[in-house]
Design a protein. Structure first.
Length: 378
């Protein structure tokens, strides 16, 4: 039996040798798009701090930092011990010297990258971000996907951040910039209530996120603090939040409007349309399956219903975090869910009461309540 290798996959695709300028920065760096890569070409006098497997850690004298879209199917064939070789091949493919380039990669197309710049006086910060969490978004502390002692298996989906500073930063400030940028990325996901794929929590990132910090050692603008109290930290936070939100929207349509949907909010609890349909069978009334789904989708996108469900889910989160005693939270959640019937369009004087188990599991009660509301709306 013939075994396909990652080398065979990448060799089958012709190389696009056209290098297109995306943006020229006043500090001398240039951002180019070529083939599957987005390349930040660096003038002399730059230092980098990166999570890359290829020239990662702290480096001086690199000519480029690049982000690249991995080839379809390659993660099924390539273990991490081959990952550096793959990145070196990509660097050569787009005309870079592998020993002088830092490589990052993702499944996201580089056309969906977001580039955001904020400045204050002489200080300028640019975030170049690609983002995808629909496949492996996760929350810190979620159950692991593998034990590295037994071998590392790549998992698709990544938020890749290239953070360009026009000032001269000592190494400790570059490390602090990674902390601030990571918090900012998590803020973006929190604002969207992006779901973890491995727990019922809100995602804090993907399992394969990568970052590169670029500092200009030849600049007279000395920047020593990248924490949240500093102006540099503020600029980093703003650029990364904005760029991450834009990138998530461009890649997968993950945005405030797409998340203004009850069914989207319930994904992290593994509650689907099908599960709600099944729950509806326990309640009186007749409604065909497709008619039920249409009624449920209409209900799901109503802002008032989203607001109510969002508050109920937050109570469930606070129980999970230990902020509210479980019995108190479940009793309160049951009463709120029972009160959702006031959102139904009912003829005046018509009696309708949602049947829920006060004090029962919040997610089960919410599923039951939505099932009854959607069935009523058929």
């Amino acid at each position: 039996m013939t075994v396909t290798t990652w080398q065979q996959i990448v060799m089958q695709e012709p190389v696009d040798k056209t290098r297109r300028l995306v943006k020229k920065f006043a500090s001398g760096e240039s951002l180019y798009r070529q083939d599957r890569a987005l390349m930040l070409l660096l003038p002399p006098g730059r230092s980098t701090l990166a999570t890359s497997w290829m020239n990662g850690g702290y480096q001086e004298g690199l000519q480029a930092v690049f982000n690249s879209q991995s080839h379809d199917g390659i993660h099924d064939l390539m273990r991490v011990e081959n990952y550096t070789a793959y990145l070196r091949y990509i660097a050569e493919r787009v005309g870079l010297e592998p020993d002088r380039a830092c490589g990052l990669s993702t499944a996201v197309c580089m056309d969906n990258a977001a580039v955001v710049t904020h400045r204050y006086n002489a200080t300028e910060v640019t975030a170049i971000v690609t983002a995808g969490v629909e496949g492996n978004g996760g929350r810190a502390g979620d159950p692991a996907s593998y034990n590295e002692v037994r071998g590392v298996e790549p998992v698709g989906g990544t938020i890749v951040t290239m953070l360009l500073m026009n000032g001269d930063m000592p190494r400790h400030a570059m490390a602090r910039a990674i902390m601030t940028a990571t918090e900012a990325k998590t803020c973006a996901l929190q604002q969207l209530v992006a779901p973890s794929r491995y727990s019922t929590g809100i995602a804090t990132g993907s399992g394969t996120d990568q970052i590169a910090i670029i500092s200009n050692n030849s600049s007279s603008n000395r920047l020593t603090d990248a924490g949240k109290h500093s102006k540099l930290g503020e600029l980093i936070g703003k650029t990364v939040i904005e760029a991450t939100l834009q990138a998530l929207d461009k890649h997968a349509g993950l945005n405030p409007i797409s998340q203004r949907d009850v069914l989207a909010r319930l994904k992290r609890f593994r509650v689907s349309e099908k599960e709600i349909w099944k729950a509806s069978q326990a309640y009186p009334g007749s409604c065909g399956e497709q008619e039920f789904y249409q009624s449920l989708r209409n209900l799901s996108k109503r802002p008032d219903v989203v607001a109510a469900v969002g508050s109920i889910l937050h109570v469930n989160d606070e129980i999970e975090w230990g902020l509210i005693p479980g019995d108190v939270g479940r009793q309160y959640g049951g009463r709120v869910i029972k009160g959702l019937e006031i959102l139904l369009d009912r003829p005046q004087g018509e009696a309708f009461e949602l049947m829920v188990e006060e004090g029962g599991d919040i997610i089960s009660n919410l599923t039951a309540g939505l099932a009854q509301m959607a069935k009523y709306g058929c």
